[in-house]
Design a protein around this ligand. Structure first.
Ligand SMILES: Nc1nc2c(ncn2[C@@H]2O[C@H](COP(=O)(O)OP(=O)(O)OP(=O)(O)O)[C@@H](O)[C@H]2O)c(=O)[nH]1
Ligand SMILES: [Mg+2]
Length: 466
Protein backbone atom coordinates (compact mmCIF):
# COMPACT_ATOMS: atom_id res chain seq x y z
CA UNK A 1 0.00 0.00 0.00
CA UNK A 2 1.30 3.45 -0.88
CA UNK A 3 2.57 5.81 1.74
CA UNK A 4 0.81 9.11 2.06
CA UNK A 5 2.59 11.74 -0.01
CA UNK A 6 4.62 14.45 1.68
CA UNK A 7 3.72 16.87 -1.08
CA UNK A 8 2.19 20.16 -0.21
CA UNK A 9 -0.44 19.99 -2.92
CA UNK A 10 -3.65 21.86 -2.48
CA UNK A 11 -6.15 19.09 -1.82
CA UNK A 12 -9.60 20.18 -2.88
CA UNK A 13 -12.24 18.95 -0.48
CA UNK A 14 -15.40 19.80 -2.36
CA UNK A 15 -17.78 17.17 -3.69
CA UNK A 16 -17.38 16.17 -7.33
CA UNK A 17 -19.48 14.10 -9.70
CA UNK A 18 -19.10 12.54 -13.15
CA UNK A 19 -20.41 9.81 -15.39
CA UNK A 20 -17.77 7.09 -14.95
CA UNK A 21 -18.85 4.73 -17.72
CA UNK A 22 -18.03 5.35 -21.41
CA UNK A 23 -20.40 7.38 -23.60
CA UNK A 24 -22.88 5.40 -25.65
CA UNK A 25 -25.43 2.75 -24.75
CA UNK A 26 -24.86 -0.04 -22.22
CA UNK A 27 -26.74 -2.28 -19.82
CA UNK A 28 -25.80 -0.01 -16.95
CA UNK A 29 -24.05 3.33 -16.58
CA UNK A 30 -22.60 4.77 -13.39
CA UNK A 31 -22.65 8.28 -11.95
CA UNK A 32 -19.98 8.56 -9.30
CA UNK A 33 -19.77 11.13 -6.49
CA UNK A 34 -16.91 11.70 -4.06
CA UNK A 35 -16.37 14.23 -1.28
CA UNK A 36 -17.87 15.24 2.07
CA UNK A 37 -21.38 15.82 0.67
CA UNK A 38 -21.41 12.79 -1.67
CA UNK A 39 -23.66 10.59 0.45
CA UNK A 40 -26.19 13.20 1.68
CA UNK A 41 -26.41 14.63 -1.85
CA UNK A 42 -27.15 11.21 -3.37
CA UNK A 43 -29.74 10.57 -0.66
CA UNK A 44 -31.57 13.80 -1.52
CA UNK A 45 -32.03 12.44 -5.06
CA UNK A 46 -33.00 8.91 -4.03
CA UNK A 47 -36.32 7.23 -3.15
CA UNK A 48 -36.48 3.59 -2.16
CA UNK A 49 -38.63 1.20 -4.18
CA UNK A 50 -41.50 1.66 -1.67
CA UNK A 51 -41.36 5.43 -2.18
CA UNK A 52 -39.76 6.28 1.15
CA UNK A 53 -36.56 8.30 1.45
CA UNK A 54 -33.39 6.54 2.55
CA UNK A 55 -32.02 7.96 5.80
CA UNK A 56 -28.57 7.21 7.13
CA UNK A 57 -27.88 4.09 5.03
CA UNK A 58 -25.44 1.42 6.09
CA UNK A 59 -22.25 2.01 4.09
CA UNK A 60 -21.10 -0.58 1.54
CA UNK A 61 -24.66 -1.68 0.93
CA UNK A 62 -26.58 -1.49 -2.29
CA UNK A 63 -30.08 0.01 -2.27
CA UNK A 64 -32.72 -0.38 -4.93
CA UNK A 65 -34.95 2.57 -5.82
CA UNK A 66 -35.30 5.57 -8.09
CA UNK A 67 -33.51 8.80 -8.71
CA UNK A 68 -36.16 11.50 -8.44
CA UNK A 69 -36.00 15.14 -9.38
CA UNK A 70 -36.40 16.95 -6.02
CA UNK A 71 -38.01 19.89 -7.87
CA UNK A 72 -41.12 17.97 -9.01
CA UNK A 73 -40.79 14.50 -7.46
CA UNK A 74 -40.69 12.79 -10.87
CA UNK A 75 -38.73 9.54 -11.17
CA UNK A 76 -35.80 9.92 -13.60
CA UNK A 77 -34.64 6.28 -13.66
CA UNK A 78 -34.70 3.08 -11.64
CA UNK A 79 -31.27 2.65 -10.06
CA UNK A 80 -29.03 0.92 -7.56
CA UNK A 81 -27.30 3.20 -5.06
CA UNK A 82 -24.08 2.21 -3.30
CA UNK A 83 -22.67 4.32 -0.48
CA UNK A 84 -19.10 4.11 0.83
CA UNK A 85 -17.55 5.78 3.85
CA UNK A 86 -14.04 7.26 4.08
CA UNK A 87 -11.40 5.97 4.14
CA UNK A 88 -12.67 2.69 2.68
CA UNK A 89 -13.33 3.87 -0.86
CA UNK A 90 -11.45 4.42 -4.13
CA UNK A 91 -10.73 8.05 -3.23
CA UNK A 92 -10.54 7.48 0.55
CA UNK A 93 -13.41 9.97 0.79
CA UNK A 94 -17.14 9.38 1.25
CA UNK A 95 -18.50 8.15 -2.06
CA UNK A 96 -21.79 7.32 -3.68
CA UNK A 97 -22.28 5.40 -6.90
CA UNK A 98 -25.55 5.46 -8.77
CA UNK A 99 -25.92 2.58 -11.25
CA UNK A 100 -28.60 3.60 -13.73
CA UNK A 101 -29.57 2.38 -17.18
CA UNK A 102 -26.65 2.98 -19.51
CA UNK A 103 -28.02 5.55 -21.91
CA UNK A 104 -26.68 9.05 -22.46
CA UNK A 105 -29.97 10.79 -21.59
CA UNK A 106 -30.68 9.16 -18.18
CA UNK A 107 -27.01 9.49 -17.16
CA UNK A 108 -26.86 13.14 -18.21
CA UNK A 109 -30.12 13.81 -16.31
CA UNK A 110 -28.81 12.20 -13.10
CA UNK A 111 -25.49 14.04 -13.40
CA UNK A 112 -27.37 17.33 -13.91
CA UNK A 113 -29.35 16.69 -10.69
CA UNK A 114 -26.10 15.98 -8.81
CA UNK A 115 -24.60 19.24 -10.10
CA UNK A 116 -27.79 21.17 -9.27
CA UNK A 117 -27.58 19.58 -5.82
CA UNK A 118 -24.19 21.18 -5.15
CA UNK A 119 -21.57 18.90 -6.70
CA UNK A 120 -18.95 20.21 -9.10
CA UNK A 121 -18.25 18.41 -12.40
CA UNK A 122 -15.07 16.35 -11.90
CA UNK A 123 -11.98 17.26 -13.93
CA UNK A 124 -10.30 14.52 -16.01
CA UNK A 125 -8.76 11.88 -13.72
CA UNK A 126 -9.88 13.73 -10.60
CA UNK A 127 -11.17 10.61 -8.81
CA UNK A 128 -7.81 8.89 -9.26
CA UNK A 129 -5.98 12.13 -8.43
CA UNK A 130 -7.81 12.24 -5.09
CA UNK A 131 -6.90 8.58 -4.51
CA UNK A 132 -3.26 9.63 -5.04
CA UNK A 133 -3.40 12.79 -2.94
CA UNK A 134 -5.11 10.89 -0.12
CA UNK A 135 -2.31 8.32 -0.15
CA UNK A 136 -4.30 5.38 -1.45
CA UNK A 137 -2.24 5.04 -4.66
CA UNK A 138 1.25 6.14 -5.60
CA UNK A 139 1.93 7.58 -9.06
CA UNK A 140 3.05 4.23 -10.52
CA UNK A 141 -0.28 2.78 -9.37
CA UNK A 142 -2.26 5.73 -10.77
CA UNK A 143 -0.52 5.21 -14.12
CA UNK A 144 -1.28 1.50 -13.88
CA UNK A 145 -5.00 2.34 -13.64
CA UNK A 146 -4.70 3.90 -17.12
CA UNK A 147 -2.64 0.96 -18.37
CA UNK A 148 -5.31 -1.49 -17.21
CA UNK A 149 -8.07 0.46 -18.91
CA UNK A 150 -6.04 0.69 -22.12
CA UNK A 151 -4.42 -2.78 -22.05
CA UNK A 152 -4.14 -4.38 -25.50
CA UNK A 153 -3.37 -7.94 -24.40
CA UNK A 154 -3.63 -10.27 -21.43
CA UNK A 155 0.15 -10.00 -20.85
CA UNK A 156 -0.13 -6.19 -20.80
CA UNK A 157 -3.03 -6.42 -18.37
CA UNK A 158 -1.07 -8.73 -16.04
CA UNK A 159 1.92 -6.37 -16.01
CA UNK A 160 -0.31 -3.37 -15.23
CA UNK A 161 -2.16 -5.30 -12.53
CA UNK A 162 1.16 -6.11 -10.82
CA UNK A 163 2.08 -2.41 -10.88
CA UNK A 164 -1.35 -1.49 -9.51
CA UNK A 165 -0.69 -4.00 -6.77
CA UNK A 166 2.37 -1.91 -5.83
CA UNK A 167 5.20 -4.12 -7.15
CA UNK A 168 7.00 -1.28 -8.96
CA UNK A 169 6.38 1.32 -6.25
CA UNK A 170 7.65 -1.06 -3.56
CA UNK A 171 10.85 -1.73 -5.51
CA UNK A 172 11.49 2.01 -6.02
CA UNK A 173 10.82 2.79 -2.36
CA UNK A 174 13.23 0.03 -1.30
CA UNK A 175 15.99 1.60 -3.43
CA UNK A 176 15.20 5.05 -2.10
CA UNK A 177 15.33 3.67 1.43
CA UNK A 178 18.83 2.33 0.84
CA UNK A 179 19.95 5.72 -0.46
CA UNK A 180 18.47 7.43 2.58
CA UNK A 181 20.28 5.00 4.89
CA UNK A 182 23.55 5.75 3.12
CA UNK A 183 22.90 9.48 3.46
CA UNK A 184 22.27 9.08 7.20
CA UNK A 185 25.65 7.37 7.52
CA UNK A 186 27.36 10.17 5.60
CA UNK A 187 25.71 12.82 7.73
CA UNK A 188 26.80 11.08 10.90
CA UNK A 189 30.39 10.99 9.66
CA UNK A 190 30.18 14.73 8.83
CA UNK A 191 28.75 15.58 12.28
CA UNK A 192 31.10 13.40 14.28
CA UNK A 193 34.23 13.80 12.15
CA UNK A 194 36.37 14.80 15.15
CA UNK A 195 35.39 11.79 17.21
CA UNK A 196 37.23 8.52 16.97
CA UNK A 197 34.30 6.68 15.47
CA UNK A 198 34.49 4.44 12.41
CA UNK A 199 32.04 4.94 9.64
CA UNK A 200 31.67 3.37 6.23
CA UNK A 201 34.92 3.34 4.26
CA UNK A 202 35.07 4.67 0.71
CA UNK A 203 35.20 1.15 -0.79
CA UNK A 204 32.17 0.14 1.29
CA UNK A 205 30.23 3.16 0.06
CA UNK A 206 31.25 2.44 -3.51
CA UNK A 207 30.07 -1.17 -3.24
CA UNK A 208 26.63 -0.01 -2.14
CA UNK A 209 26.51 2.69 -4.85
CA UNK A 210 27.47 0.11 -7.50
CA UNK A 211 24.75 -2.25 -6.28
CA UNK A 212 22.16 0.54 -6.40
CA UNK A 213 23.33 1.60 -9.86
CA UNK A 214 22.96 -2.00 -11.08
CA UNK A 215 19.38 -2.14 -9.77
CA UNK A 216 18.50 1.10 -11.49
CA UNK A 217 20.09 -0.13 -14.73
CA UNK A 218 17.90 -3.24 -14.51
CA UNK A 219 14.86 -1.00 -14.10
CA UNK A 220 15.90 1.10 -17.10
CA UNK A 221 16.33 -2.08 -19.14
CA UNK A 222 12.79 -3.11 -18.17
CA UNK A 223 11.38 -0.04 -19.91
CA UNK A 224 11.61 -1.59 -23.40
CA UNK A 225 9.49 -4.50 -22.17
CA UNK A 226 7.07 -2.26 -20.26
CA UNK A 227 6.58 0.04 -23.23
CA UNK A 228 6.04 -2.83 -25.67
CA UNK A 229 3.42 -4.37 -23.35
CA UNK A 230 1.69 -1.03 -23.01
CA UNK A 231 1.91 0.38 -26.54
CA UNK A 232 2.77 -2.60 -28.72
CA UNK A 233 5.78 -3.25 -30.93
CA UNK A 234 6.07 -1.95 -34.47
CA UNK A 235 7.21 -5.00 -36.41
CA UNK A 236 8.25 -4.49 -40.01
CA UNK A 237 8.38 -7.36 -42.54
CA UNK A 238 11.09 -6.75 -45.13
CA UNK A 239 12.80 -8.74 -47.84
CA UNK A 240 13.49 -8.71 -51.55
CA UNK A 241 10.48 -9.19 -53.86
CA UNK A 242 8.58 -12.50 -53.87
CA UNK A 243 10.09 -14.07 -50.73
CA UNK A 244 6.62 -14.36 -49.13
CA UNK A 245 6.34 -11.25 -46.95
CA UNK A 246 2.66 -10.68 -47.68
CA UNK A 247 2.01 -14.41 -47.27
CA UNK A 248 3.64 -14.20 -43.81
CA UNK A 249 1.51 -11.17 -42.86
CA UNK A 250 -1.62 -13.08 -43.89
CA UNK A 251 -0.52 -16.21 -42.01
CA UNK A 252 0.12 -14.22 -38.80
CA UNK A 253 -3.21 -12.40 -39.14
CA UNK A 254 -5.09 -15.58 -39.99
CA UNK A 255 -6.78 -13.90 -42.94
CA UNK A 256 -5.98 -13.02 -46.56
CA UNK A 257 -5.40 -9.33 -45.87
CA UNK A 258 -2.62 -8.60 -48.40
CA UNK A 259 -2.57 -9.55 -52.07
CA UNK A 260 -0.26 -12.49 -52.77
CA UNK A 261 0.87 -13.44 -56.29
CA UNK A 262 3.89 -15.10 -57.83
CA UNK A 263 4.70 -11.83 -59.61
CA UNK A 264 7.65 -10.06 -57.94
CA UNK A 265 6.66 -6.54 -56.92
CA UNK A 266 3.05 -7.38 -55.95
CA UNK A 267 3.10 -5.19 -52.84
CA UNK A 268 3.67 -1.58 -53.79
CA UNK A 269 2.88 0.30 -50.59
CA UNK A 270 3.22 -0.42 -46.87
CA UNK A 271 0.21 -2.01 -45.16
CA UNK A 272 -0.33 -2.10 -41.39
CA UNK A 273 -2.41 -4.39 -39.18
CA UNK A 274 -2.70 -4.90 -35.41
CA UNK A 275 -2.32 -8.45 -34.02
CA UNK A 276 -1.41 -10.20 -30.79
CA UNK A 277 1.57 -12.54 -31.06
CA UNK A 278 2.66 -14.56 -28.05
CA UNK A 279 0.86 -12.13 -25.74
CA UNK A 280 2.57 -9.09 -27.23
CA UNK A 281 0.52 -6.45 -29.02
CA UNK A 282 2.15 -6.08 -32.41
CA UNK A 283 1.63 -3.58 -35.21
CA UNK A 284 2.64 -5.61 -38.28
CA UNK A 285 3.83 -3.71 -41.34
CA UNK A 286 4.06 -5.45 -44.73
CA UNK A 287 6.33 -3.64 -47.20
CA UNK A 288 7.20 -3.62 -50.88
CA UNK A 289 10.10 -5.92 -51.77
CA UNK A 290 13.40 -4.04 -51.53
CA UNK A 291 15.53 -4.14 -54.70
CA UNK A 292 16.93 -1.83 -57.37
CA UNK A 293 13.54 -0.74 -58.68
CA UNK A 294 13.04 0.20 -62.32
CA UNK A 295 9.73 2.07 -62.49
CA UNK A 296 8.73 5.13 -60.51
CA UNK A 297 5.91 3.51 -58.45
CA UNK A 298 8.25 0.72 -57.38
CA UNK A 299 10.97 3.20 -56.48
CA UNK A 300 8.54 5.08 -54.20
CA UNK A 301 7.41 1.79 -52.66
CA UNK A 302 10.99 0.76 -51.94
CA UNK A 303 11.67 4.18 -50.35
CA UNK A 304 8.67 3.59 -48.05
CA UNK A 305 9.97 0.13 -47.16
CA UNK A 306 13.31 1.61 -46.15
CA UNK A 307 11.58 4.32 -44.08
CA UNK A 308 9.46 1.66 -42.32
CA UNK A 309 12.61 -0.31 -41.58
CA UNK A 310 14.16 2.76 -39.96
CA UNK A 311 11.21 3.09 -37.54
CA UNK A 312 10.83 -0.55 -36.54
CA UNK A 313 11.00 -1.86 -32.96
CA UNK A 314 11.55 -5.26 -34.52
CA UNK A 315 12.30 -6.47 -38.06
CA UNK A 316 11.33 -9.73 -39.70
CA UNK A 317 13.71 -10.27 -42.64
CA UNK A 318 12.06 -12.78 -44.96
CA UNK A 319 14.33 -14.90 -47.18
CA UNK A 320 13.18 -17.43 -49.78
CA UNK A 321 14.94 -20.53 -48.43
CA UNK A 322 14.10 -22.49 -51.58
CA UNK A 323 16.17 -20.24 -53.86
CA UNK A 324 19.83 -19.17 -53.78
CA UNK A 325 20.64 -15.94 -51.91
CA UNK A 326 20.74 -12.90 -54.18
CA UNK A 327 22.76 -9.68 -53.79
CA UNK A 328 19.51 -7.97 -52.61
CA UNK A 329 19.24 -10.56 -49.79
CA UNK A 330 22.86 -9.95 -48.79
CA UNK A 331 22.39 -6.17 -48.75
CA UNK A 332 19.37 -6.57 -46.47
CA UNK A 333 21.23 -8.96 -44.15
CA UNK A 334 23.87 -6.24 -43.82
CA UNK A 335 21.29 -3.49 -43.29
CA UNK A 336 19.66 -5.29 -40.32
CA UNK A 337 22.90 -6.46 -38.70
CA UNK A 338 22.69 -4.18 -35.65
CA UNK A 339 18.92 -4.27 -35.22
CA UNK A 340 16.43 -6.36 -33.28
CA UNK A 341 15.71 -8.82 -36.07
CA UNK A 342 14.44 -12.33 -36.70
CA UNK A 343 15.60 -13.94 -39.96
CA UNK A 344 12.70 -15.89 -41.46
CA UNK A 345 13.69 -18.77 -43.76
CA UNK A 346 10.39 -19.00 -45.63
CA UNK A 347 9.07 -21.68 -48.00
CA UNK A 348 10.32 -24.46 -45.71
CA UNK A 349 7.79 -26.73 -47.40
CA UNK A 350 10.11 -26.79 -50.47
CA UNK A 351 13.56 -28.44 -50.65
CA UNK A 352 15.98 -26.11 -48.77
CA UNK A 353 18.66 -24.19 -50.65
CA UNK A 354 19.44 -21.54 -48.01
CA UNK A 355 20.42 -23.06 -44.65
CA UNK A 356 21.35 -21.24 -41.41
CA UNK A 357 24.99 -22.29 -41.87
CA UNK A 358 25.14 -20.26 -45.10
CA UNK A 359 24.19 -17.04 -43.31
CA UNK A 360 26.88 -15.14 -41.51
CA UNK A 361 24.70 -13.75 -38.70
CA UNK A 362 24.10 -14.18 -34.98
CA UNK A 363 20.44 -13.11 -35.27
CA UNK A 364 17.76 -15.63 -34.31
CA UNK A 365 16.51 -17.63 -37.30
CA UNK A 366 13.23 -19.43 -37.81
CA UNK A 367 12.45 -21.78 -40.68
CA UNK A 368 8.75 -21.74 -41.54
CA UNK A 369 6.24 -22.01 -44.31
CA UNK A 370 3.86 -19.11 -44.68
CA UNK A 371 1.89 -21.37 -47.02
CA UNK A 372 1.31 -24.31 -44.62
CA UNK A 373 1.72 -22.48 -41.32
CA UNK A 374 4.50 -24.84 -40.15
CA UNK A 375 6.96 -23.02 -37.89
CA UNK A 376 4.72 -20.04 -37.04
CA UNK A 377 4.64 -20.88 -33.29
CA UNK A 378 8.47 -20.85 -33.28
CA UNK A 379 8.39 -17.38 -34.84
CA UNK A 380 5.97 -16.16 -32.15
CA UNK A 381 8.28 -17.54 -29.45
CA UNK A 382 11.34 -15.84 -31.00
CA UNK A 383 9.43 -12.56 -31.20
CA UNK A 384 8.33 -12.80 -27.60
CA UNK A 385 11.89 -13.49 -26.41
CA UNK A 386 13.25 -10.50 -28.31
CA UNK A 387 10.53 -8.10 -27.13
CA UNK A 388 9.98 -9.22 -23.55
CA UNK A 389 13.30 -10.83 -22.72
CA UNK A 390 13.66 -14.45 -21.55
CA UNK A 391 10.59 -16.06 -19.97
CA UNK A 392 10.39 -15.14 -16.31
CA UNK A 393 11.76 -11.62 -16.76
CA UNK A 394 8.23 -10.68 -17.79
CA UNK A 395 7.09 -11.30 -14.22
CA UNK A 396 9.30 -8.65 -12.57
CA UNK A 397 8.00 -5.08 -12.36
CA UNK A 398 8.80 -2.89 -15.36
CA UNK A 399 8.88 0.83 -15.99
CA UNK A 400 6.20 1.46 -18.61
CA UNK A 401 5.93 5.25 -18.96
CA UNK A 402 8.45 7.67 -20.44
CA UNK A 403 8.04 9.83 -17.32
CA UNK A 404 9.22 6.95 -15.16
CA UNK A 405 12.17 6.18 -17.43
CA UNK A 406 13.33 9.81 -17.46
CA UNK A 407 13.30 9.93 -13.67
CA UNK A 408 15.22 6.64 -13.49
CA UNK A 409 17.74 8.10 -15.98
CA UNK A 410 18.19 11.13 -13.71
CA UNK A 411 18.73 8.84 -10.72
CA UNK A 412 21.30 6.76 -12.65
CA UNK A 413 23.19 9.92 -13.69
CA UNK A 414 23.24 11.21 -10.09
CA UNK A 415 24.59 7.87 -8.86
CA UNK A 416 27.29 7.92 -11.55
CA UNK A 417 28.29 11.43 -10.38
CA UNK A 418 28.38 10.19 -6.78
CA UNK A 419 30.74 7.36 -7.72
CA UNK A 420 32.98 9.77 -9.63
CA UNK A 421 33.02 12.12 -6.63
CA UNK A 422 33.97 9.24 -4.37
CA UNK A 423 36.71 8.01 -6.72
CA UNK A 424 38.15 11.54 -6.89
CA UNK A 425 38.32 11.69 -3.08
CA UNK A 426 35.52 14.30 -2.80
CA UNK A 427 34.11 15.27 0.58
CA UNK A 428 31.10 13.65 2.21
CA UNK A 429 29.19 16.89 1.63
CA UNK A 430 29.76 16.70 -2.13
CA UNK A 431 28.78 13.07 -2.18
CA UNK A 432 25.63 13.80 -0.21
CA UNK A 433 24.47 16.32 -2.85
CA UNK A 434 24.49 13.62 -5.55
CA UNK A 435 22.76 11.11 -3.31
CA UNK A 436 20.00 13.60 -2.46
CA UNK A 437 19.50 14.14 -6.22
CA UNK A 438 19.29 10.41 -6.85
CA UNK A 439 16.80 9.89 -4.01
CA UNK A 440 14.64 12.78 -5.25
CA UNK A 441 14.59 11.34 -8.78
CA UNK A 442 13.43 7.96 -7.45
CA UNK A 443 10.81 9.70 -5.32
CA UNK A 444 9.47 11.37 -8.45
CA UNK A 445 8.63 7.95 -9.92
CA UNK A 446 6.32 7.08 -7.03
CA UNK A 447 5.13 10.68 -6.65
CA UNK A 448 6.70 11.25 -3.24
CA UNK A 449 8.87 14.14 -4.45
CA UNK A 450 7.21 15.19 -7.65
CA UNK A 451 6.34 18.68 -8.81
CA UNK A 452 2.72 19.80 -8.93
CA UNK A 453 2.73 20.43 -12.73
CA UNK A 454 3.84 16.84 -13.34
CA UNK A 455 0.89 15.57 -11.36
CA UNK A 456 -1.52 17.86 -13.17
CA UNK A 457 -0.18 16.74 -16.58
CA UNK A 458 -0.40 13.13 -15.61
CA UNK A 459 -4.02 13.20 -14.48
CA UNK A 460 -5.05 15.36 -17.43
CA UNK A 461 -4.41 12.27 -19.59
CA UNK A 462 -7.30 10.47 -17.88
CA UNK A 463 -10.92 10.85 -18.97
CA UNK A 464 -13.55 12.53 -16.86
CA UNK A 465 -14.99 10.00 -14.45
CA UNK A 466 -11.78 8.03 -13.77
N1 LIG B 1 5.90 -22.97 -51.49
C1 LIG B 1 5.73 -21.83 -50.85
N2 LIG B 1 5.41 -20.72 -51.53
C2 LIG B 1 5.22 -19.58 -50.85
C3 LIG B 1 5.36 -19.51 -49.46
N3 LIG B 1 5.13 -18.23 -49.06
C4 LIG B 1 4.85 -17.53 -50.18
N4 LIG B 1 4.90 -18.33 -51.26
C5 LIG B 1 4.64 -17.95 -52.64
O1 LIG B 1 5.60 -16.99 -53.04
C6 LIG B 1 5.01 -16.05 -53.95
C7 LIG B 1 5.21 -14.63 -53.44
O2 LIG B 1 4.49 -14.48 -52.24
P1 LIG B 1 4.14 -13.04 -51.64
O3 LIG B 1 3.62 -13.26 -50.28
O4 LIG B 1 3.34 -12.25 -52.59
O5 LIG B 1 5.62 -12.45 -51.57
P2 LIG B 1 6.06 -10.97 -51.21
O6 LIG B 1 7.37 -11.09 -50.54
O7 LIG B 1 4.99 -10.25 -50.49
O8 LIG B 1 6.28 -10.36 -52.65
P3 LIG B 1 6.30 -8.81 -53.10
O9 LIG B 1 5.12 -8.14 -52.49
O10 LIG B 1 6.23 -8.89 -54.55
O11 LIG B 1 7.60 -8.25 -52.61
C8 LIG B 1 3.55 -16.43 -54.05
O12 LIG B 1 3.38 -17.22 -55.22
C9 LIG B 1 3.31 -17.27 -52.82
O13 LIG B 1 2.27 -18.21 -52.98
C10 LIG B 1 5.71 -20.71 -48.75
O14 LIG B 1 5.86 -20.77 -47.53
N5 LIG B 1 5.87 -21.83 -49.51
MG1 LIG C 1 3.98 -8.57 -50.92
Amino acid sequence: MAQSTDLNLSISTDTIAAVSTPPGEGGIGVVRLTGPDAVPLALRLFRRADGTPLIDPLPFRVFHGHVVDPADGHAVDEVLLTTMRAPRSYTREDMAEISAHGGPVPLRAILALALAGGARLAAPGEFTQRAFLNGRLDLTQAEAVLDIIRAHTDAGLRAAARTLDGALGDRIRALRGRLTALLAQLEASIDFAEDDLTFLTAPEIDTELAALAAEIDALLASYARGRVLREGARTVIVGRPNTGKSSLLNALLGEARAIVTDVPGTTRDTLEEQVELGGVPVRLVDTAGIHAATDEVERLGVARSRAALAHADLTLLVLDAAAPLTPDDRDLLDAVRDRAVVIVLNKADLPPVVTPALLDTTAPMVALSARTGDGLPALEAALRDLLLGPAGAAESPALSHLRQREAADTAAAALARARATLAAGGTEELLAVDLVDAAAALGAITGDTVREEVIRDLFARFCVGK
